[in-house]
Design a protein around this ligand. Structure first.
Ligand code: SF4
Length: 230
């Protein structure tokens, strides 16, 4: 677990699993893969096996040891609802999150149908508690089904990560969504986002609190971090 985070909207990361496999075009330039693969084959390094899916059960009890409240991004180096992660492992993560309720946990996935199934079974008579935020990641308009699946998830707080934004997103309905993050793609292989355009910010910022992280091809002013309260 990292007691600080380079991610603008989290204070810390908690990786009980590392490694993943690609599921859609938003994964093409996965920063976690790029980072992990740099250390493949380095003896003794935490990423000696690169981005191969690896369970890290020794980390499961780390958040309760943190006494000061933190905003924790869960599995920044993986995806908690990857189909090869055993259900017992996901259970342990949720058990820990429920217990460490002085923190806020952000669980973000592209596998939103599996998250919906898991969460709706676990909280069949209610909702996930408000300190466990559940989120879906959408990179363009082809993946709006994830927004629907997120909306159908029994969560107290739902958030949407539109990052990396690689194409237009039309008709984005934000009812039932409490927080939105939007950002362009960065890194050496960042794709051309000129088709997305600054006009995109309007539907995203309408009616929700948004953090605009970065936007390749947008003006500097538009690229600065924004918080819009509601
Ligand atoms: S789902 Fe996330 S962690 Fe997994 S490959 Fe895609 S971008 Fe990377």
């Amino acid at each position: 677990m990292a007691d600080q985070s380079a991610i603008e909207w989290a204070d810390a990361t908690w990786n009980t699993v590392t490694g993943c496999t690609k599921i859609s075009p938003g994964c093409d330039n996965c920063y976690a893969e790029r980072f992990a693969e740099r250390f493949r084959g380095v003896p003794g390094h935490p990423f000696e096996t690169g981005f191969d899916l690896t369970l890290r059960p020794a980390r499961i009890q780390q958040p309760p040891a943190w006494k000061r409240s933190r905003m924790i991004f869960v599995n920044s180096m993986s995806n908690l609802f990857h189909k090869e992660i055993p259900r017992s492992c996901i259970d342990q993560v949720f058990d820990t999150m429920e217990r460490a309720d002085w923190h806020t946990f952000q669980v973000l996935t592209k596998r939103s149908s599996l998250m919906r199934s898991y969460v709706n079974a676990r909280y069949a008579n209610g909702k996930a508690p408000p300190h466990i935020w559940l989120g879906a990641s959408v990179e363009d308009g082809a993946w709006l089904s994830r927004v629907k699946q997120l909306r159908e998830t029994r969560a107290s707080v739902r958030f949407l990560s539109i990052e990396p934004l690689i194409g237009p997103v039309e008709r984005l309905a934000l009812d039932g969504i409490h927080w939105v993050i939007v950002g362009g793609e960065s890194g050496p292989r960042a794709r051309d986002q000129s088709s997305v355009g600054p006009g995109y910010s309007r539907p995203v910022l309408h009616g929700g609190r948004s953090v605009l992280l970065q936007a390749v091809g947008w003006s500097e002013r538009q690229s600065q971090r924004q918080n819009v309260g509601f």
